[in-house]
Write a protein that binds this ligand. Structure first.
Ligand code: OFO
Length: 169
């Protein structure tokens, strides 16, 4: 059985993951407005990944005999000034999520829940990957600056990203 304190921390993180899904869906809509279909695809994969992250915790909490309590999801931002601005915000957001996963692990450590710590290891590794992926796109966008042709080439690259359902835990 999971402790009440850890149960609450898991529920908070489920909300953060669902907010991430919502935020990236809003960014996906922004790229639709710009008609950048590769960026739309990249974001739609990100949206699916965030949903999988939330569901991984949702299922784990129940498996451990915990109670899932869904909270309201905050309204995400709807406008950005450029693709570069979007990716700056994505990196900031992922860094924040990494800090929240670390905080969740701190709680698991505090209540000496080794099973939860081992489960959360997957999320820690995933955050390293997330930050690296986003950082890569951000670095390219910084090089591109106002070069429309180069932006369209990046758009073509991002169209190749596919969603692979993660095996969590
Ligand atoms: Fe769930 O990793 Fe991004 O937020």
């Amino acid at each position: 059985m999971i402790s009440e304190k850890l149960e609450k921390a898991f529920n908070d993180q489920i909300n953060k993951e669902l907010y991430s899904e919502y935020l990236y869906l809003s960014m996906q809509a922004y790229f639709e407005r710009l008609n950048l279909k590769g960026f739309v695809n990249w974001m739609s994969v990100q949206v699916q990944e965030e949903h999988a992250h939330a569901m991984g915790m949702f299922n784990y909490l129940q498996e451990r005999g915990g109670r899932v309590e869904l909270e309201a999801i905050d309204k995400p931002q709807v406008e950005w000034t450029s693709p570069l601005h979007v990716f700056e915000e994505v990196l900031k957001h992922e860094e924040y999520v990494t800090s929240r996963i670390n905080a969740l692990m701190d709680v698991a450590e505090e209540v000496k829940d080794r099973a939860a710590l081992s489960f959360l290891d997957w999320y820690l590794k995933e955050q390293v990957e997330e930050e690296a992926n986003v950082g890569g796109v951000l670095a390219t966008l910084k090089l591109i600056k106002d070069d429309a042709k180069a932006l369209l080439m990046l758009d073509k690259d991002l169209a190749a990203r596919t969603f692979v359902a993660p095996v969590i835990g």
